[in-house]
Design a protein around this ligand. Structure first.
Ligand code: NAI
Length: 330
């Protein structure tokens, strides 16, 4: 079977070529261009396309893929909020994803952001490079014996809960379903109670209608003063304008973001010579207590290898016409 692989970075082709040596009959053509309505017709003659987290797999793209006979969208990521599943169903295109590849990769990055912003590592690194060995502005607080609030306790949230527990934190959580694996280390509470009691809030739920802008002005008002907020899930869980207002009102000790609204045009691109069209990133970065990374939570060697293997397993399942729990449907 032939797969057209969009938005290829060097590390993608390395991990997929490595995995391909264990699979027969799959041919991949790597494209640098990302998937969108303009590039979808390039998939003519291919059985499937492979897309990533910020590819535009909306209605128009899916229709164009359907027109050129594509029957499979392989998402090499967990999230699928960028895919129009209705349109995919209409065009009889199956959509398969990689639901979990290394939850620890993302959870460890969430803790890295929490620690980094707490101890102002982004500031300290620059200061020492400039021979400024003073400690002013660098004081943090111990996580030990503080309260971590985990919003969403699926695979990544559970891994984060275990990490926080390992730091000697009291771990409380909010989810629409309770994870039985966590019963010995997590106390489930309402979202309001979590917001009110947590010293560190880490978001690990998917972006769906009910979670869109769940961290807004009202939610921020319910938080403890001096809280640290970390988002490694999806940017639109947080209403950025309200977050900026909250930061200005000195609500947060720190904010660590691996994802943010309007990240789509930035993610994985070197735009250092450009004048950026949006002001959100610049405004967020103007605050000394905000640390931003560019959607790198997943980016470990273990996770990339697992993503490649599961994506190719998904392709084989599709070829055999088998059902899979990795399939996403409307
Ligand atoms: P998962 O499906 O295992 O867990 C998600 C949890 O969120 C589930 O327990 C679910 O019940 C819960 N949830 C659903 N609606 C909720 C609501 N309204 N309030 C609270 N909880 C709710 O997903 P997983 O693998 O843990 O991933 C979580 C998210 O992390 C993904 O949706 C994705 O957006 C993000 N992610 C980010 C990456 C990065 O590189 N920064 C990489 C991979 C995933």
């Amino acid at each position: 079977m032939k797969i057209l692989f969009y938005d290829t970075k060097q590390y993608d082709s390395v991990s997929f070529n490595e995995a391909l040596s264990h699979y027969n009959g799959i041919e991949i053509k790597y494209l640098e261009a990302d998937l969108n309505p303009a590039t979808a017709p390039l998939a003519a003659g291919y059985d499937g396309v492979c897309a990533f987290v910020n590819s535009d797999v909306g209605k128009e793209t899916v229709e164009k893929l359907g027109e050129v006979g594509v029957k499979l969208i392989l998402l090499r990521c967990a999230g699928f909020n960028n895919v129009d599943l209705e349109a995919a169903a209409e065009h009889k295109i199956r959509v398969l994803r990689v639901p979990g590849y290394s939850p620890e990769a993302v959870a460890e990055h969430a803790m890295a952001l929490a620690l980094g912003v707490n101890r102002r590592l982004h500031k300290a690194y620059v200061k020492v490079r400039e021979n400024d060995f003073s400690l002013s502005g660098l004081m943090g607080f111990n996580f030990h014996q503080k309260t971590a609030g985990i919003v969403g306790t699926g695979k990544i949230g559970a891994a984060m809960a275990r990490i926080c527990h390992g730091f000697g934190m009291k771990v409380i959580a909010y989810d629409v379903y309770e994870n039985p694996d966590l019963k010995d280390l997590v106390t489930y509470v309402s979202l309001d109670q979590l917001l009110a009691e947590s010293d560190l809030i880490s978001l690990h739920c998917p972006l769906i209608d009910s979670t869109y802008h769940m961290i807004n002005k009202e939610a921020i008002a319910k938080m403890k003063d001096g809280v640290i907020l970390v988002n490694t899930s999806r940017g639109a869980l947080v209403k950025t304008e309200d977050l900026i207002e909250g930061i200005r009102a000195r609500k947060f000790f720190g904010v660590g973001l691996d994802v943010y609204e309007e990240e789509a045009t930035n993610v994985f691109e070197n735009r250092s010579n450009e004048i950026l069209e949006h002001s959100v990133t610049a405004r967020l970065l103007s605050f000394p207590n905000v640390m931003i990374t560019s959607h790198q939570g997943f980016f470990t060697a273990e996770a990339l290898a697992a993503i490649a293997r599961t994506t190719l397993d998904n392709a084989i399942l599709f070829e055999k016409g088998e059902r899979s729990p990795n399939e996403v449907k409307r």
